[in-house]
Design a protein around this ligand. Structure first.
Ligand code: NCD
Length: 333
């Protein structure tokens, strides 16, 4: 694996390798000295053409915990706002010796273009492209699911065979949903997409998932083990609401996760959300803050998963994650 562009490119073995490596990385993060020397001397560039808080900080933290040098390049305030193309930006980064480029871009396919163009020789990691893919989000979601639940049909204890996951809300605009459907399918989970008909993408029949228009029915009939709430992406709708649903109140009434729906879930079921949340729209405050919600844990798991991805792409992943030697631990201290 040279790049991470889409969860559709990951085999079951790839996915399990990343999730297992993330587990080893997480184990190092409980130590007093969190920093590993693995990527010392390597340069990771965070190239963000779209606003992001948690994903950028998460990649930055992950790269730093592996001792890489990190350059944060955000399109605002750079020559990109003066009209520089992706090509020129990439050539500049290449001249600076980037070993990995983590890219978030509003255009679907931008990371693929970067990876195949020859403009950079580094590994390309997709941190979200348009409405297309956000593979590390799906990997951290799968990692979080695996920590709490196991697939009833899984004999190895490593995949999610038979786990029932409902992905609820603005599926149409969501790269998180697209990435998760692919990865969860690869891991053996059964996915149900729950959305108003206006927020279901054309061609969804080809996705490895069921579609439902009724959240209450899905909760009652499917008894999902996990409910993944999606943010209503108002910035991707032409005007507020954009005619995709009658009113925010109506959306909440039919598709919002609130205390009543939370109480109807199975005892073991957990609630995920990629953030940022619209509290009061797709998720109520009591649902977001309930003990079933693993939303804050998802953020923490994101660092371990991104460490694993950087490690496997840049260090080849042939060795076990390097542990600081005594000398290095002293230097780090
Ligand atoms: C997601 C994204 O940007 O695609 N958020 C994230 O990465 N933390 C989901 C979203 O913005 O709704």
């Amino acid at each position: 694996m040279k790049h991470l562009l889409s969860t559709a490119d990951l085999t079951l073995a790839d996915a399990i390798r990343i999730l297992d490596t993330a587990g080893s990385m997480a184990a190092t993060q409980g130590r007093e000295i969190k920093k590993l020397p693995t990527l010392r001397g390597r340069t990771v560039v965070n190239l963000f053409f779209e606003d992001s808080t948690r994903t950028r900080i998460s990649f930055e933290t992950a790269a730093k915990r592996l001792s890489a040098d990190v350059i944060n390049f955000s399109a605002k305030g750079s020559s990109v706002s003066k009209g520089e193309s992706l090509k020129d930006t990439a050539l500049t980064l290449q001249a600076m010796g980037a070993d990995a480029v983590v890219i978030r871009h509003h255009a679907s396919g931008a990371p693929h273009t970067l990876a195949t163009s020859g403009w950079t020789h580094g590994a390309v990691i997709n941190a979200g492209d348009g409405m297309h893919q956000h593979p590390t989000q799906a990997l951290l979601d799968a990692y979080t699911l695996r920590r709490h639940l196991s697939g009833p049909g899984d004999v190895t204890g490593r995949d999610l065979t038979g786990l029932r996951v409902a992905i609820v809300g603005d599926v149409l605009h969501s790269r998180v949903a697209r990435s998760n459907v692919q990865l969860l399918h690869t891991l053996g989970a059964d996915v149900t997409l729950v959305a108003p008909p206006t927020l279901v993408p054309v061609g969804v029949e080809a996705w490895p998932a069921k579609v439902s228009y009724h959240l209450d029915e899905t909760i009652a009939d499917d008894k999902p083990d996990a409910v993944m709430m999606l943010r209503v992406q108002r910035e991707r709708m032409s005007s507020a609401g954009g005619g995709f649903f009658p009113s925010p109140l109506e959306y909440t009434r039919r598709y919002g996760l609130d205390a009543r729906r939370l109480a109807a879930l199975s005892d073991h079921a957990i609630v995920l959300h990629p953030g940022p949340m619209n509290r009061g729209l797709e998720i109520s405050a009591d649902a977001a803050d309930s003990p079933r919600a693993v939303i804050v844990e998802q953020v923490a798991n994101g660092v371990a998963v991104r460490m694993a991805v950087l490690y496997l792409l840049l260090a080849g992943g042939d060795a076990a994650p390097a542990r600081p030697t005594n000398d290095e631990a002293k230097v780090n201290a």
